[in-house]
Design a protein around this ligand. Structure first.
Ligand code: HAS
Length: 561
């Protein structure tokens, strides 16, 4: 079935606008390693200061690009898999709100009025329009999901007894997690930060704000990951030439991520005062549990790849790994997903280190943390977005992917870049190198009394890796622009829009993973159990108000404008 023409246009805008913004996001990533390694020894470069650039890097890459991609992929998958028309009015409203919100937030960042990083923690204060932009963006991203629900209910009525397609399960899991996660942060932005930045309230309860943020911030990482899991479970086995090893494993993974994504944000606050160690310990245990669906994914996908490789003539205990289409231009998407998996092995292991309450003390707020997240959101998620966007854009425009060899080189170059970058940051982190610090001014400046020559190797590995990652982005944009410029392909133009979809090898029929309702109810209950005590403690013991600050001045401000 062809998608509705208007929907196709909306999806294309949702993919192309953030990819264009991402050029700035990626540029500021490369700038970060320049400051970090002391290549730049100044507070600013080309009129943009360090914290402004870091905020642009985080907000564009981690919030704008990822959310637009989830919404675009969701619309394509729901419409394609359910063979149904979706609400164009809803999709248009979402697009307008998200674009408006993204433009407002980006404008404030580039005008230097919102250097608050992607976590926008108070007491750093941004211009009210930054918070309004964020609120519009988040509300806009809710709208499509609300319009898909009646489509899905109708589909279930018309298809009694049929299993919900795996892609739809994954997309619904993504947006259920998003809906649960964004309510507290919407409260934080609208009830705490916006009135405070307008000067209507004298201060803000920082601990409450941080806790509301991390209630959102951890599920945010699964909101990033889940669309990539949709690509892994629905497309990867097919691209490898095989089948998904277990249908149940995919459904169970999505359902357990609904259950466990939200009630454990305190693992980002192990070092925060005012929250009891028992609450932190409880959420620490839940954090280790949320690794289980990813470990299950590792097993299921490895088994699916083995199945495919043996089908392609692979032999031996490990020899079958040779028989996968690593460099086949016909399946250029395969390496985007495969390299993401390889990177995620290391991102996942280091996540478990972070989650271990005692070890977290060693790595918290050091360069170790960006090393971890460039192997998670910067690994599988980012490669999923690059590959998925190229697939959708060329598929909708009926254009061929040109320069296929270059297209399939991108994920390998990116993988090498992230490994070099993250090895440097891990090393630096273990030696005490802080994150979110302009090292070029002090620690990496021989003229400074704080100079740390022992961080030279780590920061320069970061520099090298960051430049290799920049090269991968450049190659990707060459492929994208050349593909956009190519004439539509006559054969593709005849065929309806389609997505590669894997069939299951084991198609288990287990009712427990075929209904969202009990999982959502259990997730809400677990959130209440998990957050009741810490929120009570913070409200009771927290410092009630803190004034605002800007990153470049130790004096408090009452408004940011
Ligand atoms: Fe994390 C901090 C714990 C997963 C992102 N994380 C962050 C931050 C970000 C982030 C952005 O407990 C920084 C936030 C900030 O700005 O302060 N994280 C975890 C744990 C997991 C985890 C336990 N994180 C993610 C994912 C992210 C992400 C996913 C983005 C998408 N993280 C933490 C903690 C902190 C943290 C603490 C706070 C630290 C602090 O002190 O500030 C787990 O979910 C990970 C489970 C994953 C696995 C890996 C499974 C492997 C697979 C690949 C299989 C490969 C195959 C191919 C089949 C167990 C699926 C094989 C091929 C071969 C050749 C062998």
């Amino acid at each position: 079935m062809e998608l509705q023409k208007n929907l196709e246009r909306i999806i294309l805008i949702e993919l192309l606008v953030p990819l264009t913004l991402f050029i700035f996001g990626a540029y500021h990533g490369v700038m970060q390693v320049m400051y970090q390694s002391g290549v730049i020894r100044a507070t600013s470069f080309a009129g943009i200061d360090y914290y402004q650039g870091l905020t642009a890097h985080g907000v564009i890459n981690a919030i704008v690009l990822t959310t637009f991609f989830a919404v675009a992929l969701g619309a394509a998958v729901v419409s394609y898999e359910l063979k149904s028309r979706v609400s164009i009015a809803g999709a248009t409203l979402a697009l307008i709100l998200m674009l408006l919100g993204a433009v407002m937030a980006a404008a404030m960042i580039f005008m230097g009025k919102a250097s608050v990083l992607y976590t926008f923690y108070p007491p750093l204060m941004a211009h009210p329009l930054f918070y309004v932009g964020l609120a519009l963006f988040i509300v806009g991203s809710w709208v499509p999901f609300w319009t898909w629900i009646p489509v899905y209910i109708r589909w279930r009525k018309e298809n009694p007894g049929r299993k919900t397609p795996m892609g739809v399960v994954g997309i619904f899991a993504t947006f259920i997690v998003w809906q649960l996660a964004t309510l507290p942060v919407a409260f934080e932005v609208l009830a705490q930060l916006l009135p405070w930045s307008l000067g209507w309230t004298p201060g803000v309860n920082v601990m409450l704000s941080r806790t509301l943020f991390w209630f959102f911030g951890h599920p945010l990482v699964y909101f990033w990951l889940l669309p990539t899991y949709v690509l892994y479970y629905t497309m990867l086995p097919n691209l490898a030439g095989g089948k998904l090893f277990s249908d149940f494993a995919g459904r169970f993974t999505f359902m357990t991520l609904i259950l466990l994504s939200c009630p454990l944000g305190l693992h980002h606050q192990f070092a925060d005062p005012g929250i009891s160690t028992s609450s932190k310990g409880f959420q620490g245990v839940l954090t280790l549990m949320v690794a289980i669906p990813s470990l299950l994914t590792a097993f299921t996908l490895a088994a699916s790849l083995e199945l495919a490789a043996r089908g392609r003539g692979g032999k031996g205990l490990f020899g079958w790994w040779k028989n996968l289409p690593y460099f086949d231009p016909q399946v250029w998407l395969f390496p985007y997903l495969f390299c993401g998996l390889v990177i995620f092995l290391f991102g996942g292991i280091t996540g478990i280190v972070n989650a271990s309450y005692s070890m977290n003390n060693v790595v918290h707020n050091t360069a170790w943390i960006p090393a971890h997240f460039h192997l998670t959101v910067g690994g599988p998620v980012f490669l999923g977005i690059l590959g998925g966007s190229l697939l959708l854009i060329t598929g909708l425009l009926k254009k061929p992917v040109v320069s296929r060899t270059m297209a399939l080189t991108v994920p390998y170059v990116w993988m090498v870049g992230t490994f070099v970058f993250s090895s440097g940051f891990f090393l630096g982190g273990l030696r005490g190198e802080p994150r979110r610090t302009n090292l070029g001014l002090t620690y990496m400046n021989p003229a400074s009394p704080s100079y740390r020559p022992d961080w030279w190797l780590a920061t320069h590995m970061g520099l090298l890796g960051g430049c290799i990652m920049g090269l991968a982005v450049l190659l990707y944009f060459i492929v994208l622009v050349r593909s956009l410029a190519a004439a539509p392909d006559a054969a593709l133009a005849q065929a309806p829009f389609s997505l590669p979809t894997s069939k299951p090898y084991h198609d288990e029929d287990i009712a427990a993973v075929q209904n969202f309702t009990p999982w959502v109810a259990a997730a809400v209950l677990l959130c209440v159990v998990s957050y009741y005590a810490p929120v009570r403690d913070i409200v009771k013991n927290g410092i009630t108000t803190a004034p605002g600050f800007r990153p470049d001045n130790p004096a408090a401000v009452s408004t940011a404008h």
